[in-house]
Design a protein around this ligand. Structure first.
Ligand code: GLU
Length: 307
């Protein structure tokens, strides 16, 4: 029997590093459909903390593209660039508990310390911080702020590895202290890290369900540790399969994925729906009808995305 939810608030959280492309539209559509299928609300958050990577006016373009597809948020969008005070308050609370510490290491120093420990950095993986500044800066100037993961785990008696459930992928686990290490909360360049911003904002927007692309699965355990450290609720997670380009790589702005043709939003939606295993809508359908058909199909499918 379908679970009856008292409350469902979902979200789509694009980074305005370019217009929406086929891959990001899949995440947008999946999160919208899941919210509608549960009779919930759907919000949009513009994740523009990494200012140097953001492109002027991409935020407005994304909102227009979503609107052209009939995906309109139930409340005004939130911009992370306006949320510094909330991130600072979260960092201050972690510092007050002794769970965040300043780090004075340069990238080179981290790599050298890792090499000494015999760790080599694999392609596409973030380097595990060797913990150099955990017990003090040793005269170095503070550059970044990091979470003392092991201390949080010990003091809150979190399980190692941390286990969480994904609605599609099933049970997931990660040893955050060992496999990720003391991750950054505020970067050396003064910018807020995605991990801190996303956790603070999901809580501020009252998000109960997160539906996003599978490339973010690996971030979830870190975000759960931060939620626990900040005394915040953990939402339900679902990670949807990525749309791969012809070269087999994830579609992204970096590898040349183009924005969908704004004059054919239905076609773009159909491609996204197909990636989610949803039926082809009837001929001559309107966007509103197609969205209604897919919402029904989403409700009827036990696991909406075939794997
Ligand atoms: N802003 C992130 C991105 O565009 C998504 C964050 C999330 O859904 O948690 O990759």
């Amino acid at each position: 029997m379908r679970e009856v939810l008292v409350r469902y608030i979902g979200r789509f959280a694009p980074s305005p590093t370019g217009p929406l492309h086929a891959g990001s539209l899949v995440a947008a559509l999946a999160s919208w459909l899941d919210a509608r299928a549960h009779g919930g609300q759907w919000l949009v958050r513009i994740e523009d903390v990494d200012a140097p990577r953001c492109i002027t006016a991409a935020d407005q373009l994304i909102l227009q593209q979503l609107a052209a597809c009939g995906l309109v948020p139930d409340a005004p969008a939130m911009w992370q660039s306006q949320r510094s005070d909330a991130y600072q308050a979260a960092l201050d609370s972690l510092i007050a508990k002794g769970w965040a510490y300043p780090c004075g290491c340069s990238r080179k120093e981290i790599e050298d310390a890792q090499a000494l420990m015999g760790h080599t950095r694999e392609r596409h993986t973030a380097a595990v911080y060797p913990g150099t500044c955990r017990d003090g800066l040793n005269g170095k100037a503070a550059r970044a702020w990091r979470l003392n993961v092991q201390r949080v785990i010990d003091e809150l008696q979190l399980d190692t590895p941390l286990t969480w459930q994904d609605r599609l992928l099933g049970s997931q686990q990660q040893d955050v202290a060992k496999d990720v290490g003391d991750f950054v909360l505020r970067r050396a360049d003064g910018l807020w890290a995605y991990q801190l911003a996303v956790v603070v904002d999901d809580a501020a927007q009252g998000i109960t369900h997160i539906v996003r692309g599978e490339d973010l699965t690996d971030n979830t355990a870190r975000q759960i540790v931060l939620q626990r450290a900040l005394g915040l609720a953990t939402p339900c997670y679902m990670h949807t399969p990525l749309v791969l380009g012809e070269n087999g790589e994830k579609l992204s702005k970096q590898n040349g994925a183009t924005a969908f043709d704004a004059s054919h939003p239905l076609k773009a939606l159909q491609t996204a729906a197909q990636a989610l295993g949803l039926p082809k809508p009837s001929d001559d359908t309107s966007i509103a009808q197609a969205l209604a058909e897919w919402t029904k199909a989403w409700q009827e499918m036990d696991s909406p995305v075939p794997r």
